[in-house]
Structure formats: C-alpha cells, structure tokens
Design a protein around this ligand. Structure first.
Ligand code: GLC
Ligand code: CA
Length: 527
C-alpha cells in the first residue's frame, strides 16, 4: 500500500500542466455557431464562459485542420490551417487569445503517425514513381505477388495495406485514407518540428500527441517477438527532439496518447527530456471495484513519483464508452478491443457511480481530464440509426462494431427545440431525454451533475493543491485517502453504508449522505 506518496506536483517545480483540470472539446459536437449542424470555432468561442464557470484550467481540442473527416479529423490534409467547416486560422488565433483572457490554456491535437490521403505529400507520392523521394515519406512497398507486403492488420480492421494503380502498396495502421508517415525520413521529422513551432508561435500551450506509441516501425524487418509497430525503442528519439523544441518556448506541455499495458515501458516516455504527461488509460479502463482501483492508483503513483511527472486521471474521451453507460453494466471495465455495445445497462446506477468516480478523479494528486458531456452526465447513445454512423470502425468491421459515434453526439445546451441549443440540426441525433440534461436545465441546481462538477472543480482548485496522498484503511470496499492539506476523500464501492470518520465536516458528496453515513456508490470529501 502506498503511503504518503508525493505526487511530484510541488509548487516549486510547478508547470501549469502539473495540477491542471483539462476539458476536452470534441469540436464537431460542442456547439454549432453557423447552424450547419456541425460544431465549430464560432460555437466554441460563444461558449467559453461555460468552461470558465466550470472551473477548468485548460481545454484540449481534437484536430481542427482541413480534413476529409474520414476519421473525425484524424485524417489531416494540412497541419497549418483550419478546416472551413470549423472556421479560419484567424478565428483560431482569436479563440486562443479569448481563452487566455479567461485564464484557460489551449491544447491542440497533433497527428504525427499518419495524414490524410488528401495531404499534398501523399498526393505527390501517388503521382511519383516507385522508389522516388516523394514515396519515401510514406511506406510504399511492392507486394508479395498479389498479396500485400506483410500481414499487418489495420487497427480499425482489415489489412493495413492498400494497393495503388502502379501495383505498389502503402501502409496505413488506421483507415486506408490515413497513410502512415515514414519516420526514418529526416524530412518527416523536420516537418513536424516546424508544425510544432507554427502552433507554439500562435500561443498554443500544449500538444496532445495522437497515437504517440506507433510512429516507429519497419515493415521489412523479420518478426522479433515484439509488437512490430507499438512502442519500438526508436520512438523516444522523436520525442526528445520535440521536447527540445517545446522547451525553447517555456511552459508548453507535451501530452502523449499511449495505450501501453507495461508500466516501465510507459514510464520511459515520461523521462525528463521527453513528454510532460500522458493519459492514464489504466484508470480509464478500470472496473468499478475498490481493489482494482486501488491497484491502478498505487501503480500510477509508483510509476510517476520517481520521475517527478504528474499522474493524470481520465474517465473518458471521444474514443470510449461514456462512463454513465459503462458503470451501469455488469462488466464495468472498458477495453478498446471489446466495446460491449448494447450490453444491458442501468443508467441510474451508472450515473451514480460516474458522479462518485468524478469526485475520486478530482481528489487524486495530479491532473484531471473532463470529456465534454461528462459534466452533464450524458450517456452513450447506443441506438443511433445505422445510416448516421460515420466512424471508420463501423465500416472496417463489416458493420459489426458500431464504433465510437455514441460518445460523440452533440451536447445539449438549452431549451427543447430540435438540437437542444447546439445550433443547427446535429450531425448525430440527440436523445430527446437530453433536454433535461442541458447546461441551462442543470444550471442553478447544485444537486445536478453540472452542479457537482462546478463545485468539485472549484474546491479542487482552492483546497486540494499539490502534494501527495496517504491511504486511510476503511475496509475492503472503501477507497479512502488523505491529501496533504487535510482533505479526505472517501468512496464507497461496497453494498452497504459506510460510517465516516468522527469530527470531520463533509464538503461535497456525489449524492446525499444518509443519517451521516456514506451510501453505496457514493463519494465524499471531508475537511
Ligand atoms: C487516436 C484518436 C482516435 C483516432 C486514432 C487515429 O486513437 O484518439 O480518435 O481515430 O488515433 O488517428
Ligand atoms: Ca457549424
């Protein structure tokens, strides 16, 4: 059991990202400013007040670049501009300025593993000859007869190779419209350092690095018993170069999307000359179970503390089942490769647990993420009509896996007119019942999920501060810990009520206490 583990988040070494609460804006589904049914920069700029009121420190935007949107913008055609559906580069610059004016930092998403097949480099490569310099920026190879160069499979399903008219094949770990860059090519390395500078020069405070572990690969190599493209040793050189660039700008953060089961391998990315933080997917995927959560929290602290890197606490994002749905199922874990669409769920129970989980995540030392709609208690929309599904996972799985659209449905703001205040008719239809979960409907009700998030994030900022935590033994099914500044968090994952420590004042509970006791699936902060 970890005792008094310092989090590595001391004010002396403070960088803003060490203790930040970061709100993830899935731009296409946040707010639609021009009424075409797709969220955009005008919509976001009009609702920045929501983020300031919520009490977060930063926002992270999913890709906003020109894109055919085959994978929701993770197919980037130009890394130095904004897709017209979202707005203009000038508007993006205004957004950064306005966010800064409200005390909000801005993190953008960079996609270095692949681009769009519409990217100028890939178009040039298609026109060029086999063996040409233009093709060397990607992975073009001859096939084995009529078969692809090797048997790698795409992460979205199907083969990882697509053939072009002259007979060569190119590699795409994701959709065929997302050709992989060849990171052994110095031109590719230089290009991305320049893209980083482009955005840092425009005031961006941090970079979320998409699919950060899969950049380095060698499709010609003989199998060596390790995954041929995930977490190859050579990837660290890339991030050391990125860190030198970001350090040149001062307090800018590099945040890795790393799905790696091995903690030592994960930790290597958080070396002082590499990334500042990385998403905690072990926490995100953890079942609603005290022993499992305690293990993940301990391992997280043990991994981060020696490095002086702040842990992150993440419950959801645009790729995973919303916690209200997940926590209401019999199996409450999340696994990327097994989405459990349509497994029975109890949304009331799921909401109750999600609220408790939110207070847990906010009380832990380090930085915390909130994915848009989490603060409203939105659930996964599992009954979207098949005709509206857009996720390449749906198509690449032969329409067997519904993919990720269910967590990307536009969020409700106000009223009961179609769109619920989102703007035009949303690109994915919202459940009518979300009317009651709209920002306006929940505002002013402190017992609402929005009220809980607002109060939780504010108290977190005022009281929790930096410093470590010490477990407090309160029984097998209870997670309880003291933070250094005297706040205690207690979460009841058992079936019966829990008696709280004497003489402490409850500051905030995820659901009402009963006769001074903590009911099942509830969390409380005590002073
Ligand atoms: C990351 C993104 C996901 C995207 C994939 C390919 O996992 O979060 O949405 O589909 O990378 O870019
Ligand atoms: Ca729009």
């Amino acid at each position: 059991m970890a005792e008094n583990v310092p989090s590595g988040t001391t004010p002396d070494s403070a960088g803003w990202w060490r203790g930040a609460a970061i709100y993830q804006v899935y731009l296409r589904s946040f707010a639609d400013g021009n009424g075409d049914g797709i969220g955009d920069l005008a919509g976001l700029r009009g609702h920045l007040g929501h983020l300031a009121d919520l009490g977060v420190d930063a926002l992270w935007l999913n890709p906003w670049y020109p894109s055919p949107m085959v994978d929701g913008g993770y197919d980037v055609a130009d890394y130095r501009d904004i897709d017209p559906v979202f707005g203009t580069l000038a508007e993006a610059e205004k957004l950064i300025e306005e966010a800064h004016g409200l005390g909000l930092r801005v993190i953008i998403d960079i996609v270095p593993n692949h681009c769009s097949d519409r990217h100028a480099w890939f178009q040039e490569a298609l026109r060029a000859e086999p063996g040409s310099a233009a093709r060397e920026r990607f992975w073009f190879r001859p096939g084995r007869g009529d078969a692809p160069p090797n048997d790698w499979e795409s992460i979205f399903g199907g083969p990882a190779w697509t053939r072009v008219p002259d007979g060569e094949w190119y590699l795409h770990l994701f959709a065929p419209e997302q050709p992989d860059f060849n990171w052994t090519n110095p031109e590719v390395r230089e290009e991305f350092l320049d893209v980083l500078r482009f955005w840092f020069d425009r005031g961006v405070d941090g970079i979320r690095i998409d699919s950060a572990a899969v950049l380095v690969k060698d499709p010609d190599a003989e199998p060596d018993g390790r995954d041929p493209y995930t977490d190859r040793d050579g990837v660290h050189d890339i991030y050391r170069a990125w860190r030198r660039t970001s350090d040149g700008y001062g307090d800018r953060a590099l945040i890795g999307e790393l799905w790696l089961p091995d903690q030592d391998r994960f930790a290597a990315y958080l070396a002082p000359d590499e990334l500042h933080t990385a998403f905690n997917f072990d926490f995100l995927g953890c079942p609603w179970d005290a022993a499992a959560l305690r293990r993940v929290i301990d391992t997280t602290l043990e991994t981060h503390t020696p490095l002086g890197a702040p842990p992150t606490w993440v419950l959801s994002n645009h790729d995973v089942t919303r916690p209200v749905t997940r926590f209401g199922r019999e199996d409450t874990s999340f696994d990327l490769n097994e989405r459990r669409h349509g497994a029975p769920t109890d949304l009331r129970l799921g909401l109750r647990r999600s609220r408790a989980a939110a207070l847990l995540a906010m009380a832990l030392p380090g930085s915390v993420y909130v994915y848009q709609g989490e603060e409203l208690g939105l659930w996964e929309v599992e009954d979207l009509p098949e005709e509206v599904l857009e996720d390449p996972i749906w198509f690449r799985s032969g329409r067997t896996d519904r993919g990720r659209d269910g967590c990307r449905v536009p969020i409700p703001w106000s009223g009961d007119a179609p769109g619920l205040g989102f703007g035009g008719e949303p690109w994915l239809p919202q459940p009518a019942a979300w009317r009651d979960l709209a920002v306006e409907a929940q505002s002013g009700d402190p017992s609402s999920t929005l009220g809980l998030y607002r109060r939780g994030l504010r108290l977190r900022r005022e009281l929790l501060g930096y410093g470590g935590m010490t477990w407090r033994p309160m029984g097998e099914n209870v997670l309880a810990f003291d933070r250094e500044n005297g706040i205690t968090c207690v979460v009841n994952l058992g079936a019966g009520p829990v008696r709280l420590p004497e003489g402490r004042e409850p500051l905030l509970a995820s659901d009402p206490l009963e006769r001074g006791e903590l009911p099942p699936d509830t969390a409380v902060w005590l002073r």
